[in-house]
Design a protein around this ligand. Structure first.
Ligand code: NAD
Length: 311
């Protein structure tokens, strides 16, 4: 059986790689933070750890694997790892016929360019970004948006993707997965933004934001954020969803850039792109994405605070 290489053992990559090993695949992991990769393997339960190893370099991983998954912060980093990383570019070590599946939320135009570069070396690239945050990465129930039109490669990827995801959508040729992911996230960021604004306006008028959120959950204003982000992260002041502000601002920027590239008029998308870039610049890219609310609270002189406790 193929050994699966997994690069990027972060918030998402760690539980995803663990699920691949749990499904019975042999796995080699690599992370620029070597200690993180070592701690990941050490923390696995013994049966899963037996078939999982940390590679000491990209070259070692490339020599052992013909299917490699990347789960890295940006498409630029994915391209760097494959083509120019000083550790020894991954692509140089991969055998012709290898398959690379980029599950990061990368930019679709860069993905197509990378696919062409890899094709010259006989390596196939698929894009398979995910939605579902860390909890669904843990339970192996992610939504996966699969891009690519090489049928053999898509079929080869499918069993590995099934180890991580509940729904695998074939969304079109290479790059379509990444486009779909950015467009999903700009919809999500827009809904989050306007929900925050509505709660701020409501609280200033005298409404309880916790009650407002309960109403939203069973009304036409319902979104994922009323179900999850506001009750779990914002109203509790936890701000710990496991998805950083820098990464979500990046996704919204990709969606806005894609719209610009194809000449679409998208005033809402461009506004949301600006708001999230400003939030990232004020609060820092490492903050949780839900903490962007703090900026809008500051501007409006209000802190969202439930008035009723325990109901
Ligand atoms: P993260 O920052 O937690 O993890 C990224 C990992 O990549 C880190 O361990 C880092 O050390 C490693 N890394 C960085 N540069 C590297 C390099 N050059 N070589 C090897 N390793 C390198 O990020 P994350 O939250 O796991 O997100 C990963 C991707 O998934 C991003 O594209 C993000 O937008 C996307 N995503 C995240 C979530 C989420 O909830 N966190 C959900 C869906 C999609």
């Amino acid at each position: 059986m193929n050994v699966i290489g997994f690069i990027g053992i972060g918030n998402m990559g760690a539980p995803m790689a663990a699920n691949i090993a749990r499904a019975g695949f042999a796995v080699r992991v690599f992370d620029a933070d070597r200690a993180r990769a070592a701690a990941f393997v050490a923390g696995l339960d013994p049966l899963v750890a037996a078939q999982t190893r940390a590679a000491s370099s990209l070259a070692e991983l490339a020599a052992a694997c013909q299917v490699v998954i990347t789960m890295l912060p940006t498409g630029d980093i994915v391209r760097d790892v494959l083509l120019t990383d000083e550790d020894g570019a991954l692509a140089a070590g991969l055998a012709p016929g290898s398959l690379v599946i980029d599950m990061s939320s990368s930019d679709p135009t860069g993905t197509r360019a990378l696919g062409a570069r890899l094709r010259e070396r006989g390596i196939t690239l698929l894009d398979a970004p995910v939605s579902g945050l860390v909890p669904r990465a843990r339970t192996g129930t992610l939504t996966i948006m699969l891009g690519g039109d090489d049928e053999a490669a898509l079929a080869r990827a499918e069993p590995v993707l099934r180890a991580m995801g509940e729904r695998v959508f074939r969304v079109g040729p290479l790059g379509c997965g990444h486009a779909m992911k950015a467009l999903n996230n700009v919809v999500a960021a827009t809904a989050f933004t306007v929900t925050a604004e509505a709660l701020i306006v409501g609280q200033r008028f005298g409404l309880d934001p916790a009650v407002m959120n309960e109403v939203l959950k069973v009304s036409s204003g319902r979104t994922f954020h009323a179900d999850t982000s506001f009750p779990d992260q914002v109203l509790t002041r936890r701000f710990a969803s496991g998805f950083t502000l820098g990464l979500l601002a990046k996704d919204v920027g990709i969606a806005g850039g894609l719209a610009d590239d194809i000449g679409a008029q998208t005033p809402v998308m461009q506004l949301v792109r600006r708001l999230w870039a400003e939030g990232r610049d004020e609060l820092g890219p490492g903050e949780d994405n839900s903490a962007i609310v703090r900026r809008w609270e500051r501007i409006n002189g209000v802190t969202l605070q439930p008035q009723r406790k325990g109901d």
